[in-house]
Write a protein that binds this ligand. Structure first.
Ligand code: C2E
Ligand code: CA
Ligand code: CA
Ligand code: CA
Length: 275
């Protein structure tokens, strides 16, 4: 209800919705945030490990709340998912990311590719293909510069999405499997998915500095991607030693705090991050 408004929201901890009631309050606040333009994109570079050049940017949503400050998506995406608000939120993010890409493009900067996260619920909504088509048309975004990131867990769970992925590919956009390595996809399944890229989950990158399972897993994913003709990106790279290990394995692209945190559009530098 309207009366529940702001006062309630200030004391509320998003992501900690314990009761159905808490969830409804957050849902209401999130819906207003979307209407008020409080959901903004930050951008994190995806970097070539051989040249230091920025090959693309990932759009990551943030809630710029007047009451709570900058709220991270881990705290509100789950509620957006269960409530279905993720469909409108996802459309907003996709549109904003493509618009921003074209702003850079029109200024003569080359952002490479723009990667946008797509949730399972959005994929199943039945409207994603039409949305992507419409946004490409209205923004003038080159389809091959747009990359949609879909988590591995979701791709494994739902066989019915393969035709949707094919429809997206037919629009000319690229598809990437997010959090790869955490979703137990079989090789047979992977072979059937029309994807272009694997993003190695950051949990495996974290342990790269010491010899052990994580090194073996990352080595295996890089080899798998190579043999299937897929790009491989390592997420969550924070240290030089992780970077060196990835380079020694022939992993071509990386993303992480070592290169840049996700930042507001105005703070993005499209210069090479090294040498
Ligand atoms: P993700 O897609 O796996 O995004 C990577 C997350 O790791 C981001 O967290 C990013 O800020 C963080 N990260 C990047 N580099 C490093 C690093 O070096 N170290 C560490 N520790 N973390 C790093 P963020 O922005 O909080 O997003 C969390 C998750 O929320 C995302 O995980 C994604 O699943 C979801 N998300 C974010 N934006 C959207 C969106 O627009 N739509 C949907 N459906 N989900 C989104
Ligand atoms: Ca992602
Ligand atoms: Ca990820
Ligand atoms: Ca994740």
């Amino acid at each position: 209800a309207k009366g529940e408004g702001r006062g309630t929201v200030t004391v509320f901890e998003p992501g900690m919705a314990e009761s159905r009631r808490d969830e409804l309050i957050l849902e209401g606040a999130l819906k207003r945030a979307l209407d008020n333009g409080e959901l903004v994109c930050h951008y994190q570079p995806q970097v070539s490990l051989s040249t230091g050049r920025i090959l693309g940017l990932e759009a990551l949503v943030r809630w710029q709340s007047p009451e709570m400050g900058l709220v991270s998506p881990g705290r509100f995406i789950p509620v957006a998912e269960t409530s279905g608000l993720i469909v409108a939120l996802g459309a907003h993010v996709l549109r904003e990311a493509c618009r921003q890409y074209m702003r850079w493009f029109d200024q003569g900067a080359n952002p490479g590719r723009m990667a946008v996260n797509v949730s399972g619920r959005q994929l199943r909504s039945g409207s994603l293909v039409a949305l992507v088509k419409a946004v490409l048309e209205e923004t003038g975004m080159p389809p091959e510069s747009l990359e949609l990131e879909i988590t591995e867990t979701f791709l494994v769970e739902d066989l019915a999405i393969v035709p949707i992925l094919s429809d997206l590919k037919a629009l000319g956009v690229r598809l990437s499997i997010d959090d790869f390595g955490t979703g137990h996809s079989s090789l047979a399944r992977l072979k059937d998915l029309p994807v272009d890229k694997l993003k190695i989950d950051q949990s495996f990158v974290r342990g790269l500095s010491e010899e052990g399972d994580d090194q073996a897993i990352v080595r295996a994913i890089v080899a798998l991607g190579g043999s299937m003709g897929l790009d491989v990106l390592a997420e969550g790279v924070e240290t030089e030693s992780q970077r060196h290990f990835l380079q020694s394995l022939g992993c071509e692209v990386a993303q992480g705090y070592l290169f840049s945190r996700p930042v507001a559009a105005g703070d993005v530098s499209l210069q090479a991050v090294f040498p």
